[in-house]
Design a protein around this ligand. Sequence first.
Ligand code: 13P
Length: 251
Amino acid sequence: MRRKLVAANWKMNGSKAQTESLLNAFVAGIDAKAVDAVVFPPALYVAQVAQLLNGTGLEWGTQNVHAADNGAFTGELSLGMVKEFGCRYVLIGHSERRELFGETNADAATKVAAALNADVIPMLCVGETLQQREAGTTEAVVGEQLDAVLNEVGIEAFKRIVIAYEPVWAIGTGKTATPEQAQAVHAFIRARLAKADGDVAAQCRVLYGGSVKAANAQELFQQPDIDGGLVGGASLQADEFTAICQAAAEV
Ligand code: 13P
């Protein structure tokens, strides 16, 4: 039985005051015994988040990380640094990193390997653009994104990886994939892993991301291969995010 996981990706939003008010509401409104909840704030706020969430059962991480231990990489963060601030998870290969900052499948694979090596759980993001979906290449694109990581770290490592399927056309657009559309790709992802190892595939959590909100969370989370959500916009509204976590806990 895969435990549901709901993650908040705040992207480049927020402030110290907003961090405090959102987290106070999350701690009060999320049952950490019933659902795994993870917050990905902008890196500058991780120390504040660590302080506010320490001991609450809610977890946190960074939105990106560099694979190297240290060195001349201006603007980057190492896994040693994120671990020092209690991050249990890191987001890797988010579509905005891929599209806006040129990250490749090979970069994602290197970062996933480094995170595993540091004992931090990678949340690997995959997903197709609208153009790719319309061209009928969704499975080819997502398959390639997955294979790059599989080839680098091997199937066993997927026991310690969380996958987030985020169709790019559904991110920040208000246009959620239908539960059936999402389920189809989730099933494809699980089948791809199962080709390498059925037990690992059955254990690996695959989250859906892309305009998840309180109003659509339940029907998404009811799908057999959807194990939770990666939430952007709605994670900046306390009532929305806590309701999404509640929906995950109840499914
Ligand atoms: P939205 O929930 O705003 O569509 O963002 C999804 C996302 O990119 C989470 O990583």
